[in-house]
Design a protein around this ligand. Sequence first.
Ligand SMILES: Nc1nc2c(ncn2[C@@H]2O[C@H](COP(=O)(O)OP(=O)(O)OP(=O)(O)O)[C@@H](O)[C@H]2O)c(=O)[nH]1
Ligand SMILES: [Mg+2]
Length: 617
Amino acid sequence: MDANTTKVCQIIDRLCQLARDAGREDLSRRMSATRLRVVDPSARVVVVGQLKQGKSQLINALLNVPVCRMGDGETTSTITTIGYAEEPHARLIVSDSAQDVIDSDARPGPVQTEGERAIPIPMDDISRDLARAPEAGGAQVLRLEVHVPSPLLQRGIVLVDTPGSGGVGSPHAAATLGLLAASDAIIVASDVSQEYTAPEMSFIRQVTELCDNALCVATKTDLYPMWRDVVAADVAHLRRQSNDVDPLPVSSLLRSHAIRLDDRDLNEESGFPGILEFLETRVLAQASTTMRRLVMNEIRSVTDHLSLAVRPELETLKDPGAREAIVAELERARTEARELSSRTALWQQVLGDGIADLSAESDHDLRNRTRRLLKDYESRIDAGDPAKFWTQLGEDLKNDIAEAVGDNFIWTHDQSLAVAERVADSFSDTGDVAIPRLDLAAIGHEISPQTGLTDLEQQPTGVVHKVVTGMRGSYGGMMMFGMMSTMVGMTMLNPFSVAAGVLLGRKSYKEDAEMRLTRRRSEAKMAVRTFVDDVLFEVGRESRYRLRTIQRVLRDHFREIAEQTTRSLTESIKAAEDGARTQVADRDARSRRLEASLGFLDEVSAWAAGGCREHVG
Ligand SMILES: Nc1nc2c(ncn2[C@@H]2O[C@H](COP(=O)(O)OP(=O)(O)OP(=O)(O)O)[C@@H](O)[C@H]2O)c(=O)[nH]1
Ligand SMILES: [Mg+2]
């Protein structure tokens, strides 16, 4: 803990004590939560990409510890978080709730309050495939948490290795935009064996829209001598998309050799210093600024609450004769309290309307996107014989739908932030209102940087929907590319029936050919439409659930602020009355105590305000 952190903690501890003395457990709880953030800051960096792009080896080489399962025959099957601990240890986090099923849209509400259970796992076992570990006893494996001593992790970085996306038959393998929306930085890995593919390009676009800190790495440069050409082509693709990101060429193999041989030049050549610089100057720096601002805001707000109770009492103690002034003060406080409650009604309306509108608009947005796609695909089918390009068509549709759903997610995410801001605005007169960090992924949990991994992973929301079971998992946190098992069903549905033609005579075969083509086309269109409908249905339901959860988080957050303010005012009225009644003998001692507290509160308030200005402006 550095000197600054120690100072902040001391201040927080004293505020906690003052809050408890004043009987305000609500405020002391708020301070305790803040303290946790101060002592355990973390910036979550998620590594994503398609299958076998070298994500896991990149993490291992970065830390110089073999923490991630990797290799030709091995694959990352579980989301793995790697954080710091002096003693290496690992735990498997499994779901601990009997899923309660929502069987229809008409019965919304919290789908499940997901409990989690941690099962310690020997470090030797972390390279096993743990997705179906017997230790879990059949419960769903949510993630693997590994802790190792590493200077980089000690500074507050938590790395997250994700299963490669695009794996055939592994819909859950997709890293999710939900996970990404809740992360502090994203590293997108793609090896230099080939240029960016179309799905990778749309994914990179979505990632950069969702997260300010995105780094693209071009991996395995040692393996492909032509890597410079590939990277140049990638840059050209990115520029066409008006994306000014530059992929960073790296080689995990060279990095490992460099560390083993203690070879500086080789380390430079591996490209890893670039990743470290990214983590240092972008991720850690930004995380600490954000954290500082949040902490300062919390401290200032709690200080204000506490001063509110102390000041009136002190004033009446000093001048008990000023009855009129006291009455006026009480009146003012009461009016303020009443105003506040009318504002409360206003923000609740803003919130309710905002979410309801957003839900409808989000649905509309997705429908528009898919309608356009449907049209395109129908013209494609009409332009030829779908039997001939059916597999390709399915592949393209899968990617296009994933992109549309991803864009819809980002749009809805942005809009929900805007709703949060509007709600905060209707609060604005009551002082600084911290907008809760809208980790769409962390929703349903306490809002803190540590949470977030739980709600968004592959937890089934309890619905067993036969057709689209696969995509539900990844949509549980919105989807990326390559996730829809529905496509498996679609490719099996083959409109091209061979047997019939062989048995028919030549002439009649020719006559029938026209008819069969027409039938194939209409079957193909039907299949595409059914698929899109299934997607709309699932996504719509998931999206509504998410928005309801956002609404609940925002409502609780602002309600708490409103209640705290009302409570502070009530306490201040009471304190003023007490002050006027205090016996002359006790007055001096009480005044001295209150003055000391107030002096401290004023000082902290000014300090916190300074800190805020310093970093906000
Ligand atoms: N030569 C070379 N090979 C690499 C490098 N990075 C990864 N590989 C190889 O590429 C293969 C895949 O590496 P992983 O790290 O498992 O890739 P991944 O993206 O985590 O794969 P999944 O988790 O299955 O999606 C392994 O055989 C690695 O040895 C590199 O920098 N150089
Ligand atoms: Mg991997």
